[in-house]
Design a protein around this ligand. Structure first.
Ligand SMILES: CC(C)(COP(=O)(O)OP(=O)(O)OC[C@H]1O[C@@H](n2cnc3c(N)ncnc32)[C@H](O)[C@@H]1OP(=O)(O)O)[C@@H](O)C(=O)NCCC(=O)NCCS
Length: 217
């Protein structure tokens, strides 16, 4: 599948107002801006390239929203620091990267996650899936829950500004509509917030991809 085709499929996981970029293009550190380069100093080579690829996607997504392609530094909890009045999310896996961005007037948060479609290893299933979730019985479903929960975390982080463990979020998947419902099991995260969250998932080639968004207001 071509990058442009995958990008179209990823864009369908979000409302039209969000802009998405997907790339398997060769990342280059020379694309990083000074504020970002400082953050990459302690990274090993592969991680630095992955970071650069994610930043390149983020800038391309900003441009398709009509915004200047500015530096996106990193916050204290590894979160990307978007320009004022912009929200977004970055993901990378197996040589591919993607980013989604949107205007703060429309979204309080956006989350995007991509994982290889390989089933989650048995050793990880209990860490990721709650006893009351379907994923406990099936590594493939567990991988989907893993991806959805990471998309949720990236989406809600700018609002909750605290770590939320995989066991603290229950996810129920509707395989007909390719949507999910989430339930917070932590005082760090108000269920009223999670009830407003929406999201979708899909298998795109060899990847499991998940989206999450919080409407503004
Ligand atoms: C942060 C986390 C979600 C990243 O997922 P991952 O599978 O390791 O990697 P991905 O490539 O999909 O995403 C990495 C990107 O996530 C973004 N990210 C990292 N921390 C973030 C945070 N606190 N908030 C929002 N986005 C964050 C970054 O842009 C990062 O890429 P970069 O470092 O190159 O900028 C994951 O490592 C993690 O810590 N998960 C635990 C929390 C969680 O998922 N809870 C689920 C219940 S809500």
């Amino acid at each position: 599948m071509r990058d442009s085709e995958i990008q179209t499929l990823l864009a369908e996981l979000f409302p039209d107002q969000a802009a998405v970029c997907f790339s398997t293009g060769q990342p280059s550190e020379s694309n990083l801006l000074p504020e970002e380069l400082a953050h990459t100093k302690k990274m090993v080579g592969v991680r630095r390239l992955e970071f650069a690829q994610g930043r390149a996607c983020a800038r391309a997504a900003l441009e398709s929203l009509g915004l200047p392609p500015v530096a996106i530094p990193t916050g204290s909890n590894r979160e990307p620091l978007w320009p004022e009045s912009v929200v977004g999310s970055i993901t990378h896996t197996d040589g591919a990267a993607a980013a989604v961005v949107g205007h703060g007037a429309q979204f309080a948060g956006l989350g995007l996650d991509m994982e290889s479609a390989e089933p989650l290893g048995e050793d990880l299933i209990e860490l990721i899936c709650r006893p009351d979730e379907e994923g406990r019985k099936d590594g493939k479903h567990a991988k989907l829950l893993f991806s959805i929960k990471e998309a949720i975390y990236k989406c809600i982080y700018p609002t909750v500004r605290t770590f939320v463990d995989f066991q603290e979020m229950k996810v129920e998947v509707d395989s007909g509509s390719h949507r999910f419902a989430a339930e917070a099991h932590t005082p760090a995260c108000d269920q009223a917030l999670i009830s407003r969250l929406e999201g979708k998932f899909a298998t795109v080639g060899e990847l499991v991809v998940s989206s999450a968004w919080l409407p503004a207001g």
